[in-house]
Design a protein. Structure first.
Length: 577
């Protein structure tokens, strides 16, 4: 028997969580919503709050572990599995070091992320830290900013210079960092970005810095027209190299030898002996300021570029200049060699474009890939990840952008061997033939064979060696589809008309009585898709083709030609090879 308990009024106590926040009143909620709507209507800087988006992450540990596993199974020089244009093959995408013979797999032209400093300022220089886990950027306000190398989020910012940072470089052992600024000041830093020393190195802006192979010395160049050799431990000037008649815009030390290269506003590129300070050679290839010079990782080539928009390569083994590379529309500001593929490098110019160059291409003077609008303003600096799978670019538009390798995809834009295109083309041919056949059956025309007004037929038994024709739907522009260029039945002008060897053509009713109700369809199939091996080397039908429909060739998917057998030449090689 239930008993009625005490009634609870509005003031009755109820249990609540300790320190539970009070819910806002309905009026306050409505007022906040109205304010947010008003802010949204204003536009400009007063924007509505953004929706949460998951941050893109590029993690290199998966491919590296996969590569090490394959090395254990197949050996160091074992064959690697091929990468097909399929999203499922993403797990098989290995690091660039696994594809040393194929530099095209290491072209970083896929946009990943844009990083913007809290205090907007042009990004002058970007460098990956020695552990390859973070990216260090320097801007015009003299600040160092650290960004995560996998998720690209902001980590820390430090004020290190009083003016614009113009150059910085880590030592080869990763234990020291040297940076220079617009006032000519040179500063030393530890790997943790602790400033340990600073001094005045040049009277004017210092634009370049490079380390010796043993990390005991480094070289700098400034707007005072001087190239200086410094002792790192003693922080003193050992030698001054004078010979340029104007501002020195770039310097670099050979990776293994005692050889220094410098470029200047006087349009000259000079090679120096750092021991004696002697000018070894001078290049006069450029017609404007030389903005950048970089030794290749193997030390055989040096790349220079400048205001004339061209890139010059100089081979120190033969002591001659290679062909100039032209592709930029404005002055080139930076060059960066790939750390793994020594025949691949990239460059950035004042228009915001980034271009990739490969010395293994048939014409090295032409770009391999071009990102015309990589930035909204001039690209000042480029830096590859030590593994070579990410490129970072810094620009005058206040941003640092990250680029990675393209993922395997299944779309037609990634169909390198046109496999998907051929498959779709065959299906479309079948549909069009069916549509045209149905249309001809409904047409009461006794003047010619139904269904063949728009298709070609052999002349005097000729099949091979004929000229191509655009009359077949969808096959006019593909190579290898040799179809005789003749006029349809009933044409009477020139030699293109078909000869009649047995009197006038029979009427439509007579043809239907001979072949049955499916006569037109069979005639079309006999002339345009007879027997033989068809799509992918098997079956019969419209893919065999008296005119060279789908038939497998010895190289994979091909177009066999072959009389009334269909796919005669390519029938035996169907499938992947």
């Amino acid at each position: 028997m239930a008993t009625a308990g005490p009634s609870r009024g509005p003031d009755t106590w109820r249990p609540t969580r300790y320190l539970e926040p009070n819910h806002p009143d309905n009026e306050e909620v409505l007022e906040q919503a109205a304010y947010q709507a008003a802010v949204t209507r204003l536009g400009g800087d007063a924007r509505a709050s953004k929706r949460y988006k998951p941050r893109r992450t590029v993690d290199y540990m998966g491919p590296v572990l996969k590569w090490r596993q394959l090395e254990k199974i197949n050996g160091i020089h074992g064959l690697l599995p091929p990468i097909h244009p399929n999203p499922s093959d993403l797990v098989g995408l290995l690091p660039p070091a696994a594809h040393r013979l194929n530099p095209s797999t290491s072209i970083c032209d896929h946009f990943v992320h844009t990083s913007v400093n809290k205090e907007r300022s042009p990004t002058r220089v970007v460098k990956w830290t020695p552990d390859a886990r973070r990216l260090l950027t320097g801007n015009d306000k003299g600040q160092f900013t650290l960004w995560n190398g996998a998720s690209f989020n902001y980590e820390s910012i430090t004020q290190v210079h009083d003016d614009s940072i113009r150059a910085m470089e880590y030592s080869h052992n990763g234990q020291a960092l040297v940076s220079t600024d617009k006032t000519g000041t040179i500063k030393y830093f530890t790997p943790h970005l602790t400033n340990i020393h600073g001094f005045q190195g040049h009277r004017e802006a210092c634009h370049g810095v490079g380390w010796s192979p043993n990390d005991e010395r480094f070289v700098t160049g400034g707007d005072d027209g001087l190239v200086k050799i410094w002792s790192y431990r003693e922080a003193r000037e050992e030698r001054t190299l004078s010979g340029h008649g104007w501002d020195v815009r770039c310097v670099d030390w050979h990776p293994t030898k005692g050889l220094v290269v410098s470029g200047s506003k006087d349009m000259l590129v000079k090679f120096w002996d750092p021991r004696s300070g002697k000018d070894l050679s001078t290049l006069h290839s450029h017609k404007s300021t030389v903005n950048t010079c970089k030794w290749g990782p193997d030390g055989h080539l040096v790349a220079t570029a400048g205001g004339d928009g061209t890139i010059q390569l100089f081979d120190i083994r033969t002591f001659r200049e290679l062909e100039a590379m032209k592709g930029h529309t404005k002055e080139v500001n930076c060059i960066e060699w790939h750390p793994i593929h020594h025949n691949l490098f990239t460059s950035g110019d004042a228009s915001g474009a980034i271009i990739y160059w490969s010395l293994l291409s048939p014409d090295p003077s032409k770009p391999v890939t071009m990102l015309e609008a990589a930035h909204e303003d001039a690209v000042f600096t480029l830096s590859f990840h030590p593994l070579g799978h990410i490129l970072c670019s810094g620009s005058k538009d206040f941003t640092a952008r990250f680029w990675c390798r393209a993922r395997p995809a299944g779309g037609h834009e990634m169909d390198r061997w046109h496999i998907g295109e051929e498959r779709a083309l065959g299906l479309r041919m079948e549909e069009e033939i069916g549509e045209r056949t149905s249309k001809r059956i409904r047409t009461d025309d006794d003047g010619g064979l139904p269904g063949l007004s728009n298709f070609t037929a052999p002349v005097n038994g000729e099949v091979h060696g004929s000229k191509s024709s655009a009359s077949l739907p969808g096959l006019g522009s593909l190579p290898g589809l040799d179809v005789p260029s003749v006029r349809p039945w009933g044409a009477s002008d020139g030699v293109s008309a078909f000869p009649r060897s047995s009197g006038p053509l029979p009427s439509q009713n007579e043809m239907l009585r001979k072949t049955g109700t499916s006569g037109p369809g069979e005639r079309v199939e006999e002339r345009n898709g007879g027997g033989g091996r068809g799509h992918y080397g098997q079956g019969q039908g419209v893919y065999g083709g008296a005119r060279g429909g789908y038939g497998g060739t010895q190289n994979g998917f091909g177009y066999g030609g072959g009389g009334h057998g269909g796919g005669g030449d390519g029938g035996e090689g169907g499938g992947y090879r």
